[in-house]
Design a protein around this ligand. Sequence first.
Ligand code: GLY
Ligand code: MN
Ligand code: MN
Length: 439
Amino acid sequence: MTITKQEFTRRRKQLMAMMEPNSIAILPSAAEKTRSRDTEYNFRQDSDFLYLTGFNEPEAVLVLLPGREHGEYVLFCRERDRDKEIWNGYRAGPEGACDKFGADDAFPIDDIDDILPGLIEGRERVYYAMGKDQDFDHQVMVWINAIRARVRTGAIPPGEFLDLDHLLHDMRLYKSAAEIRLMQRAGDISAAAHARAMKICKPGLYEYQLEAEIHHEFSFNGARFPAYNTIVGGGANGCILHYVENSDALRDGDLVLIDAGCELDGYAADITRTFPINGRFSDEQKALYELTLRAQEAALAVIAPGRHWNEPHEASVRCITEGLLELGLLRGELEQLIADEAYKEFYMHRIGHWLGLDVHDVGDYRVGGEWRVLEPGMVMTVEPGIYVSPDNASVEAKWRGIGIRIEDDVLITKEGYEILTGAVPKSVDEIEALMAGAA
Ligand code: GLY
Ligand code: MN
Ligand code: MN
């Protein structure tokens, strides 16, 4: 299960078909990053570069030249090097770039300054991701200036620079059948990881021990990296939205919030579950948990093609405000509380985000000043939460320090939607049964 060579070709063709006449697109790979002294972080390819090439090495540059007789797809990459490969791992080399990755032409990255200005010359427009990386911005100008320096010999430098992200990110928003299969698998692995953490959880364990269980399940199933830093927050730590210390002991009577998703072949899953450390919800925990779940259901109920991006958020806001009023955490009149955004003290983030190669994936949320209309093939998260700060003096003490989020990944389909992360318990009964060993 992966993305085929044909699909990468199709993506490049689709992008080239949208580019203005007589243009060129230039896209660099990600760079290796130092973690400490002479060790690096695990390499993660730039998502745009990965989307168009499937090529997972640093020090590479993709060039697209629509209509070029000698090939439209050019890749600059590291040369093969027996010594370096013995120390640092395999390289495709320019030959592999053509044979395995379908490049029409490939050159050593060390020769790019000599070759690329010649490829740019005569093209009127250059597409690249402007302003994303200062070094690359500068590099592009060096190549352009190499052409400008030769105008008196008849060289023609391009006169227009266009943002590549705009075209490319819109393409990435619509997932293909193969991408959806991968995201489903990432969702299944991540769901199994959450179920594993639920089963093993008990008072006295440490947050990092649940993190270890989660990561074991990811890696063991071929998804070696989390799509983002795993959050395991026991008790009031669950109220910190991006808590990643994961260092505290898990206490009897508290909830634990786990936000974790794996990355599979570049594609992210993003799941949050919140459950009682001792396996049984208290009355207050259950009341807020079930309210969060109702908010998620209310949001899902308005997800379908033709609905707009903000409708699920609005539905969750209404549901949570109503519920907090009923439970006495908010006081006042429903419509006024919504208008005043009183819920933001407890629900301070939005309902979700696009999901794909990046966990907070690319794609516009507004188009022409209007909320984007949902369409089949888009994938989004639906993740309402309620967080009662431990020092919120405006609510009864029994509610304080409870933090809950429930997050699933949702594919918009022709008929409505499909949940990609459904294989992990969510209702109070299901969670309690799993934790009691009955499921
Ligand atoms: N895990 C990051 C998020 O839920 O947005
Ligand atoms: Mn999310
Ligand atoms: Mn999340």
